[in-house]
Design a protein around this ligand. Sequence first.
Ligand SMILES: *[C@@H]1O[C@H](CO)[C@@H](O)[C@H](O)[C@H]1NC(C)=O
Ligand SMILES: *[C@@H]1O[C@H](CO)[C@@H](O)[C@H](O)[C@H]1NC(C)=O
Ligand SMILES: *[C@@H]1O[C@H](CO)[C@@H](O)[C@H](O)[C@H]1NC(C)=O
Length: 777
Amino acid sequence: MRHTIPILALLISITCSTTFSIDAVRQSKLPPFSCGSSSTPPTRPYPFCDAGLPVRERARDLISRLTLDEKISQLVNKAAAVPRLGVPYYQWWSEALHGVAVATGVENGVSFDGIVEAATSFPQVILTASTFDADLWYRIAKVIGTEARAIYNEGQAKGLTFWSPNINIFRDPRWGRGQETPGEDPLLTAKYATSFVRGLQGDSFEGGALKDGHLQVSACCKHFTAYDLDRWEGYNRFTFNAQVTKQDMADTYQPPFKGCIEEGKASGIMCAYNLVNGVPNCADHDLLTKTARGEWGFEGYITSDCDAVSLLFHQQHYAKSDEEAVADVLKAGMDVNCGSYLGNYTKSAVLKGTVSVSDIDRALENLFSVRMRLGLFSGPPSGAYGKLGRADVCAPEHQELALEAARQGIVLLKNERNLLPLTRAGKGSLVVIGPNANVSKTLLGNYAGPPCRTITPLQGLMSYVEDVKFEQGCDTVNCSSVDVKRAVELAKSADRVVLVMGLNQEREKEDLDREDLVLPGKQQSLIMSVAKAAKKPVVLLLLCGGPVDVSFAKNEAKIGSILWAGYPGQAGGRAVAEIIFGDYNPGGRLTMTWYPQDFIKIPMTDMRMRADPSSGYPGRTYRFYKGEKVFEFGYGLSYTTYSYKIVSVSQSKFDLKASSSASDLGYVAVQELGLGSCDKAKFSVIVSIENEGEMAGKHPVLLFLRCAQSGSGDGPMKQLVGFQTVRTDAKEKVSVEFAVSPCEHFSRANEDGEMVIESGDASLVVGDEEHPINISI
Ligand SMILES: *[C@@H]1O[C@H](CO)[C@@H](O)[C@H](O)[C@H]1NC(C)=O
Ligand SMILES: *[C@@H]1O[C@H](CO)[C@@H](O)[C@H](O)[C@H]1NC(C)=O
Ligand SMILES: *[C@@H]1O[C@H](CO)[C@@H](O)[C@H](O)[C@H]1NC(C)=O
């Protein structure tokens, strides 16, 4: 047992006080759990300590024992202790995007200042997503949750609620936080959300009641909703009013959240800063209460993004007073405020009558229910979660998984004349050039904690070749000054040149969107000078989250290979080197469109997904974008070649008649079809995959629907139906089966936001293979 903290020194003196000093309670010696058998004061006889009762009943019992001031002290992320009831201080805010993390400059739940000084740092999410491997996502999240529990058990966490994953659609390539997301596709993002939440939470929660276990830790799907602009030109996320059509809302922005809640059973949601169609997300009753809790059955707590509530009055001018802002969010269904605003103004809101105590109790019930589901009101941690500790953080198998994720995510974008893999035994030295070659911090991306260790690309390459010469070339990633002469001299001297270029957190991050899509400063001219001077074609390795327009490199014969490694995490340099030297066969596929630079003529503020030919608006993402692409969604090469064949399709003709009148719009509403017809329409597709080359490999197989366009023509051109990863030996042939549900996979939204299926000829597509299908209504 790891909790041997003596239970002493309760700050009884503050029980009668009406205000709480957070500092005082933080220093209290309360154990980090309630309801222990030897706890002082003894609270075990109270129903809230009775694990045999339903969680909500226990939460209500606890709430009934609190004074108004104590209640109000629970509505902020730094929830005060209530020593007279044995309730310790609780910090709602912790981060775990791709490893247990800390947000800089603020107090988080987790600190790395004790015997745990680091945690496993997985690749940034955009890279992990390109594995298209839902089981890998689950395993990663499970490890993150395990490390989080272990850190908590070691006394270095003041909460178990982690504000991850970020599942907003990567709508615009300039978005500084696109790196945190799984990309631009709603189905993929929903599946990522589901896997991540289940892994993190430990999958022990079923249907609202605490079963035989506790949540491992609590996950939080953010940012709800249509949040994907941070700071661009004169706009910022705090006041941006996203204009979103019902159609785009239904088939692009909401599906990840729906999946996260319905399938993933997330126990947390964060409402976003921005407004949608004039309503701040955290004050939107339709969104938080009607949709999330009502339609999707959400059982958990809703937090604001940090300081979002004060914006309602002070910046968005939506509420007319502080008290009205408090009322707006509590009545909309938000439960806890990241920040101090609700702590400051809820009392006066009650006194002025804008909120009632029952509004507060409603929120507290959600909050305490989650703490109880985490096992924090069941005495000292026991069972499997209670045993975790320091040895479970940065465990060798966790670090191996971080390496595995980087290997599997890295995408090979170009490989002319099989320049890659390089031969290890090659004569002559290896020259490595670039500002991203040896900066360990850059491997991590944002929302990272201290990693267990790091291996940069330079260090990885040096483990393969003895004679490595390195030159940064650019002064920094911004590359305002460059030493072309020295780089060119080096390049001339070697047979093998690897350029390590791209972006870092100075170019794309939270609160910073990009202004363009090209490589910063003089990076491109350095790359071209080196490539032209080199004896043989060079390798270009890109570290960046969002896409860059590298058309110049795609078209340049002296740049033989391009690899994209996202921000590959603590072991990223090892993975990169294994791929470059052929110890691993790359198989990652892009989860977002790489647009050309001229895409930036579209304002980032335009939320429309669908193209509008009359105004020249090209649309967004592979589903709707009609312009030129540098690389497309799903693109990625390997060192072998795979061929695909659609072997069988159990149903190719779908007669989907609605029970009521058939639509003359050319489509039928899914809801009108009913469950029976939807079930009857389900079918399976068997695809065979042949590895025609000389190297074994693992890669994802993507099944798309090329859509019927007989109706209004505002459906997607193509949409992802499913994905599965396969591992094949050289020359091996395997097959995989996809279960397809037309109601789910063939549907898109109409202008009213209803999901509909369009009639007409469509086809199933995998690789170059197409199989025609027909839908009649
Ligand atoms: C709440 O009150 C404290 C103490 O007066 C102050 O420091 C803090 O800025 C206030 N918070 C907000 C969001 O108004
Ligand atoms: C790479 O970075 C590490 C850590 O900062 C440093 O120790 C090492 O000397 C660097 N390697 C080269 C070749 O500059
Ligand atoms: C690099 O450029 C970014 C974006 O223009 C800027 O915010 C940052 O301060 C620059 N960094 C340096 C070191 O010049």
